[in-house]
Design a protein around this ligand. Structure first.
Ligand code: KG4
Ligand code: ZN
Length: 351
């Protein structure tokens, strides 16, 4: 192995246990992702305690496998990076503890990374060239965030969901429609045979020029009432024809996509940036990708969407640690898991 610095990156924020080895030139030496989808499928969503236990079982085998695939030794690692925020508390703890232990044992620097910023950095990895400055849209199971990304280390939150994340809405609506977890791919598949204009679902906040925030909770309720009618019926007990499922899925998907596309291009107008980078599991959605491509072409904006395996959680995107390393930004062993997403501070006097 030549003397190029090698970074081990660890990702355990939600339900994927992942590790990767990347060089300071952003070359990927190996990447391993152990998905827990099967463990959570029967519950229709991620069960945090099951997720953390599975991370405990998998973290060491995943790291070993990554090192083996790269054909290097543990001692060849020059820095250990880990996503420490945001995510599920128990899940984050496993990765953070593994990273701190390795950094201590190897006597190498530790670098904490923000999982949402890493999702945008997946676009940098995919593009193979600088993608900053850009507007960054992260659409995942837990988050829906728009950032003004001035450079890889300067992210300013411009808008976020005030209730459900986009992916969460996909997962919950899929459950209502009796479609399997994870809901995103199931809805996408069902929507292929559906009419996206059959149901006029709400596009909350889309036409509000004063905010780049999102809201998907009302949309979810609207789908529920389209299934059950008024009242407190259990949507999963209602027998729906395949066509109705397809139409509901397509109309729901279209509403989410309208909001994501509308606000992203509004953010581009506000920032004056000419590039949009999109990451997170929902960025795998075909309809969203098509609509973003159409709009980007129309407005002459450069669009970078990570390929599917870099959209969903992975450790390659943790290569954002290389930027921190170059800037001399290291962490010490007090680095802790920080589950919550940092939202804008409340206005003064709001309690
Ligand atoms: O980024 P990710 O792997 O994990 C989190 O950090 O949350 O995102 C997972 C989310 C799930 O909600 C899943 O339903 C959604 O991404 N997803 C999709 C698609 N593939 C995955 N949503 C819409 N369309 C898809 N094709
Ligand atoms: Zn994620």
């Amino acid at each position: 192995m030549e003397s190029m610095p090698v970074f081990l990156t660890i990702e355990t924020t939600c339900d994927e246990t992942a590790a990767a080895l990347v060089t300071d030139q952003l070359q990927v030496l190996a990447s391993v992702v152990a998905s827990q989808d099967q463990l959570h499928q029967q519950y229709g969503g991620v069960v945090p305690e099951i997720a953390s236990r599975a991370h405990v079982e998998r973290i060491l085998p995943v790291i070993h496998e990554t090192i083996q695939r790269a054909g290097i030794n543990l001692t060849d690692i020059d820095a250990v990076a880990v996503a420490y925020t945001p995510g599920l508390a128990g899940s984050l703890l496993v990765g953070v503890t593994a990273a701190k232990t390795l950094a201590l044992a190897l006597g190498k620097p530790l670098i904490g990374i923000n999982h949402l910023q890493a999702h945008i950095y997946a676009c940098r990895m995919a593009a193979g060239k600088d993608v900053f400055p850009c507007v960054g849209l992260v659409v995942s199971g837990g988050h829906t965030c728009l950032y003004r990304c001035r450079d890889p280390l300067d992210f300013e939150l411009m808008g976020t969901t005030i209730d459900d994340a986009a992916g969460e809405a996909f997962d919950k609506v899929a459950a209502m429609l009796g479609l399997p977890y994870p809901g995103g791919p199931s809805i996408q598949r069902a929507a292929e045979k559906g009419n996206p204009h059959k149901y006029a679902f709400p596009r909350a906040l889309l036409d509000d020029p004063n905010t780049l925030d999102f809201s998907f909770s009302g949309l979810k309720t609207a789908v529920r009432y389209a299934i059950t009618g008024p009242g407190r019926h259990d949507p999963t007990q209602v027998k729906l024809s395949d066509q109705k499922v397809a139409d509901l899925a397509a109309s729901f998907q279209e509403a989410v996509v309208d909001c994501l596309v509308g606000k992203s291009f509004r953010a581009l107008e506000i920032t004056g940036f000419q590039r949009l980078c999109v990451g997170g599991g929902v960025a795998a959605n075909k309809r969203l990708r098509t609509r973003l491509e159409e709009e980007a072409t129309r407005r002459n904006v450069e669009l970078v969407i990570a390929p599917l395996k870099l959209c969903t959680d992975n450790a390659v995107m943790g290569a954002i640690a290389v930027e921190k390393w170059k800037a001399g930004m290291f962490d010490d062993l007090y680095l802790d898991a920080e589950p919550g997403v940092v939202r804008r501070p409340l206005p003064v006097g709001s309690g």
